[in-house]
Design a protein around this ligand. Structure first.
Ligand SMILES: [Cu+2]
Length: 129
């Protein structure tokens, strides 16, 4: 009888341990996915292109461009024919970043002033309550 009771309590302990661990993991995953979606968006500049080149973000998001090319690029709002004027990083080089926070919904095309074939677009949508 004693052995049966002991194995039973051991089973409960194992069950609680596994279940508790899962809840703990879920909590961490949720916190991570929320913060990365609502606060910052990272764009890599590599091999003369913006990766990803099309991004949709909720209003208030900060976008961080990181130059991974050993050459200077810019992140300039608008198109080579018509500047947008909302942001312009000017030239920055390998390892440097440019950061901009989008406070107004809208579509923001951008390009590199030195390599006009480099183009991207930020679509800013109203925040989801
Ligand atoms: Cu460039």
């Amino acid at each position: 009888m004693k052995i049966v009771l002991e194995s039973f309590s051991l089973l409960i302990l194992i069950f609680l341990f596994i279940f508790g661990l899962d809840l703990y993991r879920d909590g961490i995953t949720n916190a991570e996915s929320q913060s990365s979606k609502t606060e910052t968006e990272n764009i890599d500049i590599k091999l003369f292109s913006f990766k990803p080149d099309m991004v949709e973000i909720p209003v208030g998001t900060t976008v961080v461009w990181t130059n991974s090319d050993a050459i200077e690029h810019s992140v300039t709002n608008g198109t080579p024919d018509k500047l947008g004027g909302a942001f312009d990083s000017d030239f920055f080089t390998e390892g440097q970043t440019f950061t901009f926070t989008f406070d107004k919904p809208g579509t923001y095309p951008y390009f590199c002033k030195r390599h006009n074939s480099m183009m991207g677009e930020i679509k800013v949508v109203p925040a989801i309550p």
